[in-house]
Design a protein around this ligand. Structure first.
Ligand SMILES: Nc1ncnc2c1ncn2[C@@H]1O[C@H](COP(=O)(O)OP(=O)(O)O)[C@@H](O)[C@H]1O
Ligand SMILES: [Mg+2]
Length: 714
């Protein structure tokens, strides 16, 4: 409190009761620094003032925030009826028709010594004086700087006040003190209200921030808006994707009666305040929707407040609160709802993003888990951070056994090296073929670097693909491709050759007949005929290869077909000093095949085996049953002990026209291949140069009772 003012007050009141005055001033001033309710402050002021100046009645009036009315906010010493009247009927500040309004308007103290003789008194003043039994009064303005915030009136019932100018000055000084205290208390109350609201906001924000379910979040937002603004209803609307309409996603308070209000089209005349806020991106407040106003009432609400939810400069929706009490919302409520709407907008955005992230994560995990390739990720310390199911199968370990372990301890040297390359040198490989532990399995390894969203390196990923099957298939496709195109070519050539060859053959025969037996040209014709015969064999082979007739399948015994083939070859075998040693397992099941074609296969294999043993030898034919496949297989091993096939030729022997023999056609094995293919019989060849060669044929076995094993030609 300014000490000068205190001294002044003391001096002004010296003529009356200086001790009392000083102690009163002290008491009142001490209120300045304390947090105390306005009501208590006013009681203290009135008590002290009455004590000092001997007043019996006192009233304090304060201007409302619009400065339209003077409202009685504290009254002391009046009877019940007068008190009630004073509180119920505020003075209108605009009409300067009585002492109170004049004082408030002019900001000057008025002392009325005697109502009846004072010429300034109006009819209203006289009426008031009569009703209240008031003969004199003092009315002092309450001022903050130059602003009048209200006034204090005091009297002594029907006793005339005897106040000196000093007393009046002292009372005015009192009033000045009172003004400051009242204003302080008001500000304090406002601050407390704001602090309370902010605390509520903070609490609500905490509550909403822990919600990750969008539907629940919407509900919490509307309930919180209701709590924050003390409205009677709160709705949360979200803007549709096209930005053309608002749809209600949650509400708190009584259910909406007007169902049309669940969806508001922007730009629609009756869409109301919420739509307006969405369109302008600014909050809007209506505190007294008069019935004649254009503004549509929201379910009969008188006061409405709408705050847009804005995230990254885009309106997501609107928070709308309504009340059936006029003037329910203050500017503070509007600011508060704006802050909360902003918070809600970022929460909705985050929860939506969270949802998207979760969906994407699940999708990614599903893709990883169902991948036919092994996928392994590693951190910068080369520790395994994730592996998928295929990796568990391929490498034969369990996820929990290897997670967090160093890659070098888990994987073989070659893979560990690829990981080192990626993480140490940032060098990646693409489908690098490796054969772990020098085994038959071929793996294709692809590495890549893992980076976070800021492009910082966080690890590496290894994709391992089993190439074994792929390679087999590739080889098969390549072979079939070659065979098909060569087959087509051969068929064309063979067809073209066949007719002229027939006429050459016919003419040579004719010529031979016409020539006398002694003619030396006979030997020339004999050579020609031999040559033509050779070409005919070749053409037949080419045609057999190109268009082998479809197998006519039946159940037959493989040993029987083998016996028959050997019988056909018998004289040749004998001539070449080759012995065929047969080993057949007892009770071999039948195979389904075209016996003539299988005979053709066997004869080709026998001829090749004989050719491989120019000095004679033994061919082992070994047929047995193997339990693999749905019905098992009958396997036939045809082994010779001849020259063998060099590794570089092994892949070529089934190619048409591939031959190492001066007189060979190179068509035998391609026909064998074609026939076996039509029978769905797998063939494998192993050979060691100068030791011999084995052809292994695997026929699907078939017991007659099992129709599911019927082989269909393709
Ligand atoms: N049992 C075998 N031992 C050694 N080499 C073989 C054997 N069978 C096939 N070959 C090789 O495969 C080639 C192709 O055989 P094939 O298609 O029957 O044609 P051809 O017998 O007319 O040469 C032969 O020339 C030979 O080099
Ligand atoms: Mg041959």
């Amino acid at each position: 409190m300014p000490t000068d003012q205190a001294k002044q007050t003391a001096a002004a009141a010296q003529g009356a009761t200086p001790d009392k005055l000083l102690s009163s001033i002290h008491k009142i001033s001490s209120l300045l620094t304390r947090t105390i309710s306005l009501d208590k402050i006013l009681t203290s002021i009135v008590k002290e003032t009455c004590l000092v100046f001997g007043f019996t009645r006192m009233a304090i009036f304060l201007a409302d925030k619009d400065r339209r009315l003077l409202e009685c906010c504290y009254i002391h010493g009046f009877n019940a009826q007068d008190s009630q009247r004073a509180r119920r009927f505020p003075y209108r500040l605009g009409d300067q028709d009585c002492v109170e309004t004049r004082v408030a308007h002019q900001g000057k103290t008025v002392f009325v010594k005697d109502y009846l003789s004072d010429p300034r008194m109006t009819a209203i003043d006289l009426t008031v004086s009569r009703i209240m039994g008031r003969v004199s009064t003092i009315a002092v303005p309450l001022k903050i700087k130059k602003d009048v915030i209200g006034l204090i009136t005091a009297d002594k019932d029907d006793v005339r006040l005897k106040l000196t100018q000093k007393d009046i000055n002292a009372f005015s000084t009192f009033a000045n003190q009172a003004s400051i205290i009242i204003e302080n208390a008001r500000l304090q109350a406002q601050n407390q209200q704001k602090i309370k609201q902010l605390l509520t906001l903070q609490e609500i924000s905490k509550k909403t921030s822990s919600t990750f379910h969008l539907g629940k979040l919407f509900q919490v937002i509307s309930a919180s808006a209701l709590q924050l603004t003390k409205a009677s209803s709160a709705r949360l609307f979200l803007l549709d994707d096209e930005g053309k309409a608002l749809s209600m996603v949650s509400s708190s308070g009584p259910a909406i009666k007007d169902k049309k209000r669940l969806r508001l089209k922007l730009g629609d005349a009756v869409a109301g305040l919420a739509a307006h806020a969405a369109q302008t991106g600014a909050p809007a407040l209506i505190n007294d929707a008069a019935p004649d106003r254009q503004e549509p009432r929201f379910d009969g609400a008188v006061a409405q407040l709408a705050a847009p939810l804005i995230s990254e400069k885009r309106v997501l929706g609107v928070l709308h609160v309504a009340s059936d009490q006029s003037g329910a919302f203050s500017e503070d409520d509007l600011k508060l709802l704006m802050i909360f709407a902003g918070h809600s907008a970022s929460l909705i955005k985050n929860v939506r993003l969270y949802g998207q992230v979760m969906t994407e994560r699940n999708l990614r995990e599903n893709i990883l888990e169902s991948s036919p390739n092994s996928i392994i990720s590693l951190n910068l310390r080369k520790e395994i951070s994730s592996i998928n199911r295929r990796a568990e199968e391929m490498f034969g370990f369990k996820r929990k056994e290897v997670l967090g372990k160093k890659a070098a301890m888990v994987f073989d040297q070659e893979i560990a090296h690829i990981i080192d390359l990626a993480l140490d040198d940032h060098a990646v490989v693409n489908r690098k073929e490796i054969n772990p532990n020098h085994g038959a399995t071929a793996l294709g390894v692809t590495s890549s670097l893992l980076r976070n969203h800021q492009s910082a390196l966080i690890g590496a990923m290894i994709i391992v693909r089993d190439l074994t099957e792929e390679k087999k298939t590739d080889e098969l496709i390549r072979r079939i491709d070659r065979l098909t195109s060569l087959g087509q070519l051969s068929a064309g050539i063979a067809h073209e050759i066949r007719n002229p060859l027939a006429s050459i053959y016919f003419n040579v025969q004719l010529l031979a007949k016409k020539l006398p037996a002694s003619d030396p040209t006979h030997s020339l014709l004999g050579d020609t005929q031999e040559g033509v015969n050779r070409i005919r064999t070749l053409v037949k082979g080419m045609l057999d290869f190109a268009k082998p007739s479809p197998p006519s399948l039946k159940h037959d015994s493989l040993p029987r077909i083998i016996h028959e083939s050997i019988a056909l070859m018998e004289s040749q075998l004998r001539k070449n000093k080759v012995e065929a040693a047969l080993h057949f397992e007892d009770d071999l099941p039948d195979i389904v095949c075209d016996p003539h074609q299988i005979q053709q296969v066997l004869i080709n294999l026998l001829i090749n085996a004989m050719d491989a043993m120019p000095d004679g030898g033994r061919i082992d034919l070994d047929a047995r049953f193997a339990g693999a496949g749905p019905c098992g297989e009958v396997t036939l091993r045809c082994t010779d002990h001849g020259v063998g096939i060099s590794p570089e030729n092994l892949g070529k022997i089934f190619n048409p026209f591939f031959t190492t023999k001066p007189e060979g056609t190179g068509l035998g094995l391609s026909i064998v291949h074609k026939i076996l293919e039509q029978h769905q019989v797998a063939a494998e060849v192993t050979s060691q140069p100068n030791q011999g060669t084995t052809f292994l044929l695997k026929f699907p076995a078939c017991r007659i009772e099992r129709p599911r094993c019927t082989v269909t030609p393709f």
